[in-house]
Design a protein. Structure first.
Length: 304
């Protein structure tokens, strides 16, 4: 009976830990980020045969673990100031379901899996992954905290958003110059994302003493930077089409949803960029990104 009870309690403990680890993975955020390398793959893949399809799936799995690592490292490094944000109270590391050491182990294991997968695909991809990992350490480590240095967060998110695209593009293409040129579009979207995330976390970052761009320069100016970088991204996308680097049809999902984006930003502006208004805006534009991503994938598959 004692042995049965021990096995049962151990099983319950393991199930709870597994559930906590699964909950710690930012499934939606990673799903949104997967759009960039997937689009890169569809733009560069020579043909949709079994071999290429297998490489594409393997690359997307590697990318998934790359961002499991990134977000877990961010949770580990940001623990001491995330505690001041009531909206993050249900996260496993904040609720106590996972310790900081366990979160760090998740980040390390995910990084090892990611590196192994990309090494199997193409060794050149390890340069991109290595850059992302090092940049993530500088961005998240509590003794370095690049997110608390003026404009360093913009540089970090711009860079990793470009490399997100390159991780998909370089699976099949050797033309890194074209890949980086197209990737700049996603880099501008990365600046948009970090701008509004910093504004949304303004109150908790202020209490924790983290000097993000929003804390240093105010919620209004950084929100406008986010808005303008998204608008600039659309102009840049048009220039890519003009230079025949991407198909013309890819701009239509952005143009059709741009009025909705304007409305969401106007509503956020009316809310004086308060935490709830910004978080509502973030949920809204994430939904827009999802719709745009599905539309672009459909256009590229139809073209292929």
């Amino acid at each position: 009976m004692i042995r049965i009870g021990f096995i049962r309690s151990t099983s319950v403990y393991m199930i709870r830990k597994l559930s906590a680890y699964l909950k710690a993975i930012r499934w939606f955020e990673i799903g949104v980020r997967l759009g960039s390398p997937l689009i890169a793959i569809l733009l560069s893949i020579p043909a949709l045969n079994y071999g290429h399809f297998s490489s594409a799936i393997l690359g997307l799995i590697g990318f998934f673990f790359c961002w499991v690592h990134g977000y877990a490292l961010n949770e580990w490094g940001g623990y001491y100031y995330d505690r001041y944000d009531p909206s993050k109270g249900d996260r496993p590391i904040i609720s106590g379901a996972l310790s900081r050491d366990e979160m760090l182990k998740l980040a390390i294991v995910a990084a090892v899996i990611c590196v192994t997968i990309f090494a199997m695909l193409r060794p050149v991809l390890l340069l991109i992954v290595g850059f992302d990992i090092v940049l993530g350490i500088f961005y998240c480590h509590p003794r370095l905290v690049w997110k608390g240095k003026p404009f360093f967060s913009f540089f970090a998110l711009f860079s990793v958003s470009v490399t997100d695209f390159l991780l998909g593009w370089l699976i099949f293409s050797n033309d890194i110059k074209t890949g980086a040129t197209i990737g700049i579009f996603f880099g501008l979207l990365g600046i948009t994302g970090i701008s509004f995330h910093e504004v949304g976390d303004y109150d908790s970052d202020l209490r924790a003493g983290v000097r993000t761009n929003a804390v240093r320069f105010g919620k209004g100016p950084i929100s406008w930077i986010g808005f303008l970088s998204y608008s600039l991204a659309l102009f840049y996308l048009h220039s890519l089409i003009y230079r025949h680097l991407i198909p013309e049809g890819l701009i239509y999902p952005f143009l059709l949803t741009y009025p909705i984006y304007l409305f969401l930003f106007w509503r956020c502006l009316r809310g004086h960029f308060g935490a709830m208004a910004v978080k509502s805006f973030i949920r809204g534009y994430r939904l827009i990104y999802f719709v745009i991503g599905i539309a672009i994938i459909w256009i590229l598959l139809k073209r292929g």
